[in-house]
Design a binder for this molecule. Structure first.
Ligand code: ATP
Ligand code: MG
Length: 234
């Protein structure tokens, strides 16, 4: 992420904007065609098909535009200054980004409890949640359940990402957060996701707690104190 992602997102935005505008105009023109054809029964099938096709294209374009918007906000905000933010919103954004191209047989259950605003680096925390979610999606593969639970526990905000995936062998639990520790194939993972995530959470005075049962699944809990001693490191 970062500069490159922001640049690509920006380049995608421009053509998408005119595809959207042209499709909207096409939709309008098509209305006129439909009215002129009036009661012509022979044409009614293809006319309706075309309408549906245009609407589906518009939906796709809207979705692309919203993903690009997320990417831009995400890469601009990374590492930014501390400011009050709604952690549930950050979790939701990360979820939208992580679930983009995943199989629809994956079920994500969300239990987002009421949370006080947290003084944090929003873009960085979003990256943490995205890293954990991508790992969870990788662990469950093409079919399975992921649960995301947020809640306020006294002086802490707790964000748990629980997956029913492959699980983690006991001997690996101790080195998950080491830089470059990965069990993924070359090109699939660099082993930096958890390391970077832990660094970010530490900057917020918090911790990540991992538990797992091999063959059953894993849980990663991000614990963020509502009041940090160190305050703004930026
Ligand atoms: N939810 C999970 N279920 C099972 N194993 C996991 C899970 N999360 C992390 N791991 C294990 O921890 C390793 C390190 O994770 P980490 O996110 O740091 O790196 P990575 O996913 O391999 O690569 P990347 O740098 O792309 O994130 C993974 O390779 C995997 O073996
Ligand atoms: Mg990872």
């Amino acid at each position: 992420m970062g500069q490159l992602a922001a640049g690509i997102a920006h380049e995608i935005n421009n053509p998408m904007a005119y595809v959207r505008s042209n499709l909207s105009m096409l939709r309008g023109e098509w209305e006129t065609v439909r009215k002129r054809l009036g009661g012509n029964d022979a044409a009614s099938g293809p006319v309706t098909d075309c309408e549906e096709l245009i609407d589906e294209c518009l939906e796709g374009v809207e979705r692309t535009i919203s993903i690009v918007k997320d990417i831009r906000e995400f890469s601009h905000a990374g590492g930014g200054a501390f400011a009050p933010a709604d952690v549930n919103l950050l979790v939701e954004k990360a979820l939208r980004m992580a679930s983009g191209q995943r199989s629809n047989r994956l079920r994500v259950v969300q239990h987002l409890g009421p949370l006080p605003r947290l003084r944090c680096s929003a873009g960085s925390l979003e990256q943490v949640f995205l890293n954990l979610l991508v790992n969870a999606f990788d662990a469950v593969g093409r079919e399975g359940d992921i649960e995301v639970v947020t809640r306020c526990e006294g002086a802490f905000i707790s964000v748990r990402i629980i997956d029913g995936g492959v699980g983690i062998p006991a001997e690996d639990l101790g080195r998950l957060f080491d830089p470059f520790f990965t069990t993924k194939e070359a090109g699939q993972g660099t082993g930096l996701g958890l390391f970077v995530s832990y660094e970010i959470v530490k900057l917020h005075g918090g911790e990540i707690v991992a538990t797992s049962v091999l063959g059953e699944g894993s849980s990663f809990e991000v614990r963020l104190p509502l009041a940090t001693a160190g305050e703004d490191p930026a």
